[in-house]
Design a protein around this ligand. Structure first.
Ligand code: ADP
Ligand code: GLC
Length: 485
């Protein structure tokens, strides 16, 4: 079976969050299951060099924004073929995939991801100039949603279309005059098509015109069919519920395993978790300028600072947390007001709080290893990978019971501890008081090292490897294209 996997970010070439982790690991697991997989993403600066890519085809100039060339390379460290869309006018600029250096959306994201979608569709046609025709085109999030609309509009034979929702909060909604500019038919601009409140929705295009829809956890698949979590698309999703499934993400243990992690001060496994975490904690406290107290519970957050992640709840809970003697270390970037508030907190309480604003792969790994608890009070969380990684590092997740957090963490109650199933701490309402109470429960647990150790050991034993998810996706691909191997 031939699979083209399109994404706006792929680790280690471009990453703002978990989507990149998924796009950099799920295809490897699919490839290991003998699928002929190719990856597709834009040629952001530096990406062609890192993947040793060279020109292999020319797609002309569909939108009058300069010619579009396809480069072929490999996902670094693998033999997975990677196609890059080289259009310097759209992609060759410093900044992130979605935001410029000031944190504002690129003004031409409509064209940047319109082109990504168009190319994905074009390479899915039987007369693809690359001479390799996929059986399945697997699209990720709104940035690729229009690909399904193009292929339906163009008619003729087309690949099976799978659209995966990683986050309903981001929808790619733009003015209607783009419809002709992108070469799309007005006949699709209806409430049953990609029109959404008098605008063009790239996400809705993906939801309407794909054969199968998936999202990244079973609980989120249910939640997004309700008004509380659907961001206005609950009706569309309910109408398509027969084609919608939740497939839990995996963890790439080649990258996230404390026994092999080269970022760590000291590597460790289940047998020496206590000594290993103590060494990493001491080194981190020193580096971040926190008091080097081995007995202070260390809470960490590794996160985008957006409303989704509930970090405002953490700010409100911090006075009580500090009063309990805990430390907080946070690495994050995002909304300016949250960044400023955490920096101010660290300045006023350097004896308990260290904050690094920005994106740091190094710190993300070291915080996972050093921490006693990782905090995820997310208001919604499609899957969440940080809590899954934390389990392998012997770090107890403290999470709101929502989406993938509900599907991956077992709350430490009297019963679950008795039978050895507990892996973390879970609270039911995304409120300051519920979160604060949960942290206090965690700190209480921390004062009972033998109970902590048992929960840690259970967490470290969990296997969230990608193979299980890959098998689910393969079954889904086969359901659309029964004849393919
Ligand atoms: P989301 O995709 O919503 O951001 P996930 O938990 O699925 O949440 O994935 C987050 C990924 O991004 C993890 O790999 C995490 O380590 C990483 N990450 C988030 N913020 C940062 C940061 N500031 N620095 C480094 N890595 C980060
Ligand atoms: C999104 C979600 C996150 C999920 C990730 C990968 O960024 O916010 O919950 O883990 O995508 O699917």
């Amino acid at each position: 079976m031939r699979l083209l996997f399109a994404s706006s970010e792929i680790f280690p070439l471009a990453k703002t969050g978990g989507l990149a982790d998924v796009a950099g690991s799920l295809p490897i697991a699919l490839h290991a299951s003998k699928l002929d997989v190719r990856l597709l993403m834009p040629a952001y600066p530096g990406v062609a060099e890192k993947s040793a890519a060279r020109p292999v085809g020319n797609l002309g100039d569909p939108f009058g924004l300069g010619s579009t060339v396809i480069l072929e390379g490999h996902l670094p460290g693998t033999d997975l073929p990677l196609w890059l869309i080289d259009n310097p006018n759209l992609y060759d600029r410093d900044g992130g995939p979605y935001l410029n250096g000031d944190g504002h959306n690129w003004p031409d994201n409509d064209m940047r991801f319109g082109l990504l979608s168009w190319v994905a569709a074009r390479l899915g046609q039987t007369n693809s100039p690359l001479g390799w025709v996929p059986d399945i085109l697997h699209l990720q999030d709104w940035q690729t949603g229009l690909a399904s609309a193009y292929l339906n509009a163009w008619g003729g034979q087309r690949p099976g279309l799978v659209f995966t929702i990683h986050n309903m909060a981001y929808q790619g909604v733009f003015p209607a005059d783009l419809v002709p500019r992108l070469g799309l038919p007005w006949s699709f601009y209806t409430p049953d098509g990609f029109e959404f409140w008098n605008q063009l929705s790239y996400l809705k295009a993906g939801l309407i015109y794909s054969d199968k829809l998936t999202t990244v956890s079973p609980t989120y698949a249910r939640e997004i069919q309700t008004a509380d979590y659907g961001f206005g698309m609950e009706g569309v999703l309910t109408a398509r519920s027969r084609d919608l499934s939740g497939i839990l993400n995996g963890a790439d243990y080649a990258i996230w395993d404390p026994a092999k992690d080269s970022y760590l001060t000291r590597r460790y496994g289940p047998a020496d978790v206590r000594a290993g975490k103590a060494a990493n904690k001491a080194a981190l406290q020193k580096d971040l300028g926190l008091p080097e107290s081995p007995d202070a519970p260390l809470l960490v957050a590794i996160t985008r600072l957006s409303d989704q992640k509930g970090m405002d709840l953490l700010l409100s809970a911090m006075p009580a947390v500090i009063a309990q003697g805990a430390q907080l270390a946070l690495v994050g970037t995002g909304e300016r007001a949250l960044e400023d508030a955490f920096v101010a907190l660290a300045r006023s309480r350097p004896d308990h709080v260290a904050v690094r604003i920005g994106y740091s792969e190094d710190l993300a790994h070291r915080l996972q290893a050093a921490a006693d608890f990782v905090l995820m009070p997310s208001r919604f969380e499609p899957c969440g990978l940080t809590q899954i990684y934390a389990l392998r590092y012997g770090t107890l997740p403290i999470v709101h019971r929502t989406g993938g957090l509900a599907d991956t963490i077992v709350d430490a109650t009297y019963d679950t501890m008795l039978v050895g199933r507990a892996t973390g701490l879970v609270f039911d309402q995304p409120t300051v008081s519920a979160f604060q109470w949960c942290i206090e429960r965690a700190i209480g647990l921390y004062r009972h090292p033998e109970q902590m150790a048992r929960i840690q050991a259970t967490g470290m034993r969990q296997d969230f490897g990608w193979q299980r998810a890959a098998d689910h996706y393969i079954n889904l691909y086969r359901a659309i294209r029964p004849g393919t191997a």
